[in-house]
Structure formats: structure tokens, C-alpha cells
Design a protein around this ligand. Structure first.
Ligand code: GLC
Length: 746
């Protein structure tokens, strides 16, 4: 290669290293430039986020006066451009508005609820879904979404478990980063990119009793070990642009005014330079929480603690100017918040490109988007039972009965947090089965119940008749979408309405019974599981749930999903999660259960171990569990070393064999157990996973690399350290059935 090319390459390399830093400098210079032109009132205006309302002169004037920095829930691009024009041409600050919307699992093309997406254990499909959402959302001029939601959720009574990635810290971090990358793309300034928002900061999933908006009491060590890592990774590894504080007070302090969280941890420790927005009116909510005297006190405490933007309470815009004038809030605090907001707007390219191009051809529901949604739905399904390999359905079957309130429920199939998806575009299981298999099988359809909560059994006769005419029953039951999501908590997890009775009636026909459950959470469905020959958990699968389910039932695809959350056998077992800290007296599983206990049993006769007399020892299904249409065996677990120093990496290999007759995809999971440390340690923790697709009979050596630094913990002195000691390493297709090997860290 000639010398000239070497020189050019060297210059190019320098530019590549230099340009991002130069661009950052440019932004900081431009931020300071704009900041210096703003009045105090206009600065505070940037910290004010309004909820869209019918546009009126008052709103126009607020924008003209520079009193609005962001608007959420406006989604008409013509209106957005009109409001933007006022901000850019009629307000002397000339700072663009940032439009925001909750796009949690799709804008128009709806993907599975995030709990279902987590079940795919496939970050690539999650990233693809977020990219599709960004393309559709940004088309309207909306450039900020309030997702990913990464609340570690161990309580299925909490309705918002549906929006989460489940109970595991590692899985939630991997999925949260994937969603951030999908939303933000390679360049936040690209008009098709939207700013992601890591929420809800923090420990909102630990609300007492699984009751929404309740309190949590998570100590710092548990925060750092379990609840904070997905946020830290999304910010430090995926560059998440914004973060939202949560409603719950944790240990008596609402996060919207928690200085330790918002300044010491987020800014000083993690170096976050993005925007922190409150949750909806969570600033003024602090009055009701007994943490603030009034709205002025709420504005003061949250601004001083480091909150940048006030979502809809208008405490900032009503009181911060007065608080600055009175000397209670230094203007430097305002300046820092406004710098973060202006920086975000520069990074989004809004100053140079504030308007939405209305001439673009719409990409809503593009075929590629629908196909991605179908794939995501298929990979989200978890096969929990398949007696006699009833699934996939034999091509010899000539008639099926499609039964249940969720067989043709286009609205409910979309799940919670679906603002812009249209039920008219939903493809339901009934529609898909008719379209894809109507020429091969006779389809007898009867819902049995009009909706999941229906108590009337008047529809049962038609359902029974349909079942009696068919060779197999496909029963679609579960939850309407309104029964999960924000503020939708349940004290019980049994099937609602007369659905259990419907299953009884279907079972009584004696026909093979395939049960498909659509729900936003784990349900206590032990009886229905026993009554079913096969059971597929479909969560709320989104727009393309029907074709995905039909294809899987007839074997065009095979289930590969794994549970991202433990399924309790009884709601009274909650909280119940796989990576619980070790306890001193675990059950030995030989204990007597309720009906085995002799009368007048003496106090100590049952021993002293931890279990429920009436609910036994185990969940219905463990974290990471899921079947396929084939079977896999694991053997030959091998570690590269038996002893390692902290800076080394452990190489792990295991042989996976597809021992069945169909191609299948297995999620190989790697768990670690730290046997003792300066603080109590979990039974086991997921540290890595990978999806492996094998043909029938195919064998493959699956390899992992585990840096010892990934075994760090927060020690008794609250330092993140690697402690020497003995570790077990486990590998398997779920968190219980594993191969085990041991190693030591020096
Ligand atoms: C809601 C939710 C939050 C959402 C916000 C804006 O109350 O808690 O997740 O992003 O308000 O809709």
C-alpha cells in the first residue's frame, strides 16, 4: 500500500477519534451560547413539560413566552409543526420543543408486552422492535419515548409487571440496553431516532403488596445489587439519553427529590449528562406523601435534589422563579438543569431540524414492521406443557374447535400501554387460523365467554357443541388488557370471570385440550395446567399475535421462549423469585404438608424449616423454564480453570444435543452461585445466556466467557469488590435443571 494511503488512513483515524469529542465540544459551546440568552423565566420554561390539550391561545402564549420545554401526548404532526413554529419563530428564545409519548412496545405496529419480549431471551428482536417503534413514532415528529421500563418485578400482583422485563437484573439490563439501542439508533440526531428513557428510577417494582404507587423499603446494598444495574448499564453502556423518577417513596424519600440518587449516584458516580424527568405530577404528589409542605416546597426540594424536568405538575414553572429570587434555589441549579435539556435537544438535532417532514411516505404497519412483530410474538411464547407431543398439531387433524374470550379479541390482544395501536389492524388467532388453515381443517368457533371477566355461562352450550364436533380444542383464555398495567393490581392471580368453569366444561368433553393463555402477568393456573394436554403462554402478543400463534400451533415455528419471571403456585407465596438470598433453614422437601399432619401434632414435630404448610415448597414454574417441540440434553460441562485471579476470564463450555425429531432453539443459561462472602449471597444468579438452534440429532459445543470481574458484589463496607472464595457455576435450560461445576477465585 503506498505511503500516501497510509498517511490518509492515519488522518482519517485521527479525525474519527477527534470528531466525536469535537462535536461534543461544539454542543457544549452552543449550549452555553443559548443559555446565556435566556431569561430566568425562559430557563425555567425549559424545565416545564405540559400534557397536550386542545390547542388554545393560552398554550400558544405559554410557548411564545418560553414557558414550555416539552409537550407529551400530542401526536398530530401538523399540530406539532405549528407549535414548533411558535417556539422557533415567535419566541425570542428560539429553543425547539421536545415532543414525547409513551411508546412502550410499539407505536402503530404493536409488539408483545415487554414481559413477553423478555421471554424471547433475544435482545436482537427487542432492539428490532424498538427500531420499528422509533421509525413510526418519529414520523409524527415525536422524538422522546418513556421506555424502557426496567423495574425489577418480583410480584405478579403488581399490574406493571407487564411493562417490565421480569425479575432478573441481568436479563432486564440486557433487554433494556437493546431497547435503548433500537430507539436511539446509531445517531440520536437522525430524524428517525427517538430519545429513550430509563424508568422508573428506582425500585418501583418493589412496592409493598404489589399495590401501585405504594412505598418500598429497599436498602442501598439491595438497590446497587438488584435494582440499579439495568439503569447503570443502559446509561453507561447503551447511552440512554434520559431517565424518569418513580412514584414510590423508597425508605421514606421520593426519588423525584432524592439527592443521593439524582446527584451523588447518577451524576457524580455514573457521569450521566442526560435529562431526568419526573413521572406524571410526581413532584406535587410529594405533598400527599407527606414529604413536602406545598407545591412551592415540592418545587424547591426536587430542583435542589437534581430533577431537571417537571412532568405536568407545573410546580417548577409556578414557583422556581420566586425561589431563585428568594435565594432558596441558586440560579446555578436552574442553569445545570437547563444545560442538560438543551444538550439533549442539540443531540437530537432539533435546533437544526425542528420540524417534521410531512411529505414522507408513511411507514406505519410496513410489511417489514408487521413481520418483525410476528417474529417477536413467536419468540415470546413459552410452551409450559405438551403431553404426548400434542403440539404441533398433526396435519391429519381435520377439525378444530376455537374457543375462549381471547380467541378473537383484537383490542385485548394488544396488551397494556397501547396508545396508538389500532385494534382494526390486529390479526387475532381466529382470523389467522381461518386464513392459514381454513382450507385444511374445519373450524368450529364459539367464544364461550364474551370477555375474560364474564360470569355468565350462557355461551357454554355453544362452546361445548363446537368442541364435540372437533378433534382438538384450542382454548384461548387469560386477561383482558385492562387487567394489567399502571394502577391495575390484583390481590389474586386466578383466572377471572367464569374462565375456570369454561376450562372444566372443555375438559369434560374428553377432547384433547390445548390451552393458550394471553395475560399481562403470571397467573396461578395450576388446575388449568393439569386439565390441559398442552399449554402455551402467549402474554399479550400484539398486532401479529394471531399469525404467530397459528404458525406455532401447526408447527411452522417452534416455541423457544423461557419464563422471565417465576410463576407462583399460590398468590400467597409472593414474593417468590429464583435468585433469593440463601436462608439458614431451607425446606428439605420432606416436610409434611397440611393434609399430612397428624391431629394433635406437637409444636416441634414438623421441624423448623421454611415452607408453607398449605402451598408447599415450589413455584408452579421456575425462572427460565420453557419447552420446545424437541428435546435437548446437556453434557460435558468444562471450565478452563479451577482457580482464577480477579483479572482473569473463565472459559466455559458445554455440549448441547438436539435429541428430538424437530429443529429447535434452546436458550442456554449460565448461573453463578457465590457460596460465601462478606454479605449473604443469592442461591444463584443469571450471568449469561445464548440462543442455540440445532437440527434433529445435531450436537454443538456451546462456549461462554465469564470475566471474574462479573462476580463482583457490594461488600459489607458498601464497596463493589471481587471477594476470593468458592463458586458454583451452573448451566441448563432453566434455573433449576442444571449441570454444575466449581471453581475458586484467589
Ligand atoms: C405514567 C407512568 C409513566 C409514564 C408517564 C407518562 O403515570 O407512570 O410510566 O411514562 O405517566 O404517561
Amino acid at each position: 500500500m503506498s505511503k500516501r494511503i497510509y498517511v490518509l488512513l492515519f488522518i482519517l483515524l485521527c479525525l474519527c477519534r477527534f470528531l466525536p469529542a469535537r462535536a461534543q465540544e461544539d454542543i457544549e459551546t452552543r449550549v452555553e451560547g443559548i443559555l446565556s440568552t435566556l431569561t430566568l423565566r425562559q430557563k425555567i420554561g425549559q424545565m416545564n413539560q405540559l400534557n397536550a390539550r386542545k390547542p388554545d391561545e393560552k398554550l400558544y402564549q405559554q410557548i411564545r413566552d418560553g414557558e414550555v420545554g416539552s409537550i407529551l401526548n400530542a401526536e398530530d404532526p401538523v399540530l406539532l409543526n405549528r407549535l414548533q413554529q411558535i417556539a422557533m419563530e415567535e419566541c425570542n428564545a428560539r429553543v425547539p420543543l421536545l415532543f414525547a409519548r409513551d411508546v412502550i412496545h410499539g407505536f402503530k405496529t404493536i409488539f408483545p408486552i415487554p414481559l413477553g419480549q423478555a421471554a424471547s431471551f433475544n435482545p436482537e428482536i427487542v432492539e428490532k422492535g424498538a427500531r420499528v417503534a422509533a421509525l413510526e413514532t418519529s414520523e409524527k415528529g415525536i422524538r422522546w419515548t418513556f421506555a424502557p421500563m426496567m423495574d425489577i418485578s418480583r410480584d405478579a400482583r403488581w399490574g406493571r409487571i407487564a411493562e417490565s422485563f421480569g425479575e432478573d437484573t441481568y436479563l432486564s439490563g440486557v433487554m433494556g440496553m437493546a431497547m435503548v439501542r433500537g430507539f436511539q439508533g446509531d445517531d440520536l440526531a437522525d430524524p428517525t431516532s427517538i430519545a429513550a428513557c430509563a424508568k422508573h428510577f428506582v425500585a418501583y417494582g418493589a412496592v409493598e403488596g404489589g399495590r401501585d404507587y405504594n412505598v418500598s423499603y429497599i436498602p442501598e446494598r439491595q438497590l446497587r445489587k438488584t435494582y440499579l444495574p439495568p439503569f447503570e448499564r443502559s446509561i453507561r453502556e447503551a447511552g440512554c439519553a434520559t431517565l424518569m423518577t418513580s412514584f414510590n417513596s423508597n425508605d421514606g424519600i421520593p426519588p423525584s427529590a432524592n439527592r443521593f440518587l439524582l446527584r451523588d449516584l447518577l451524576r457524580d458516580e455514573w457521569g450521566f449528562d442526560g435529562v431526568v424527568v419526573s413521572d406524571w405530577a410526581s413532584v406535587s404528589m410529594m405533598i400527599r406523601q407527606g414529604f413536602c409542605e406545598d407545591r412551592k416546597d415540592a418545587a424547591r426540594k426536587s430542583a435542589l435534589a437534581g430533577l431537571d424536568m417537571d412532568m405536568t405538575s407545573e410546580c417548577f414553572v409556578d414557583y422556581l422563579e420566586e425561589l431563585v429570587r428568594e435565594g432558596d434555589v441558586p440560579e446555578s441549579v436552574i442553569d445545570q438543569a437547563v444545560r442538560n435539556i438543551l444538550r439533549l435537544k442539540f443531540r437530537l438535532g432539533l435546533f437544526s431540524n425542528p420540524y417534521t417532514d410531512l411529505s414522507k411516505v408513511s411507514c406505519m404497519y410496513a410489511p417489514a414492521h408487521l413481520e418483525a412483530a410476528r417474529q417477536a410474538a413467536a419468540e415470546s411464547f413459552v410452551l409450559l406443557k405438551n403431553t404426548g407431543n400434542l403440539l404441533p398439531l398433526s396435519r391429519d387433524i381435520r377439525s378444530v374447535a376455537v374457543i375462549g374470550p381471547l380467541a378473537d379479541a383484537p383490542h385485548d390482544q394488544l396488551g397494556t400501554w397501547c396508545f396508538d395501536g389500532e385494534k382494526e389492524m390486529t390479526r387475532t388467532p381466529l382470523q389467522a387460523i381461518r386464513e392459514q388453515y381454513g382450507d385444511q381443517v374445519t373450524i368450529h368457533y364459539a367464544p364461550g365467554l364474551a370477555f375474560s371477566r364474564e360470569q355468565s355461562v350462557t355461551g357454554f352450550d355453544a362452546a361445548i357443541e363446537a368442541a364435540q364436533q372437533a378433534e382438538v380444542i384450542l382454548l384461548f383464555i387469560g386477561e383482558e388488557s385492562i387487567l394489567s398495567g399502571e394502577a391495575h393490581c390484583l390481590a389474586g392471580l386466578d383466572l377471572v370471570g367464569a374462565q375456570a368453569e369454561l376450562v372444566d366444561a372443555m375438559k369434560a368433553t374428553g377432547k384433547p385440550l390445548v390451552t393458550i393463555i394471553m395475560a399481562g402477568r403470571p397467573l396461578t393456573m395450576g388446575k388449568q395446567l393439569a386439565q390441559s394436554d398442552a399449554l402455551l403462554y402467549a402474554w399479550h402478543p400484539g398486532t401479529m399475535g394471531g399469525p404467530a400463534l397459528a404458525g406455532m400451533l401447526w408447527g411452522e415455528t417452534a416455541p423457544s421462549g423461557k419464563l422471565p419471571v417465576t410463576f407462583p403456585a399460590h398468590v400467597g407465596q409472593i414474593p417468590l423469585y429464583y435468585n433469593q438470598e440463601r436462608i439458614g433453614r431451607p425446606a428439605n422437601r420432606k416436610e409434611l404438608l397440611l393434609d399430612q399432619i397428624p391431629q394433635e401434632a406437637r409444636q416441634s414435630s414438623l421441624g423448623n424449616t421454611s415452607y408453607y404448610l398449605d402451598a408447599g415448597f415450589d413455584p408452579l414454574f421456575v425462572f427460565g423454564y420453557g419447552l420446545s417441540y424437541t428435546t435437548f440434553t446437556y453434557s460435558g460441562l468444562t471450565l478452563s480453570r479451577e482457580e482464577l485471579s480477579p483479572e482473569e476470564t473463565l472459559k466455559v463450555s458445554v455440549t448441547l444435543v438436539n435429541t428430538g425429531s424437530r429443529e429447535g432453539t434452546e436458550v442456554v443459561q449460565l448461573y453463578i452461585s457465590d457460596l460465601y462472602a462478606s454479605v449473604a449471597t443469592p442461591e444463584k444468579e443469571l450471568k449469561d445466556f445464548c440462543r442455540v438452534t440445532l437440527k434433529p440429532g445435531e450436537s454443538r459445543m456451546v462456549e461462554f466467557e465469564l470475566p471474574v470481574e462479573n462476580l463482583s458484589l457490594w461488600n459489607i463496607d458498601m464497596q463493589r469488590v471481587i471477594e476470593p472464595g468458592k463458586f458454583d457455576l451452573m448451566i441448563g435450560g432453566n434455573s433449576r435443571d442444571v449441570l454444575k461445576a466449581s471453581f475458586r477465585v484467589k
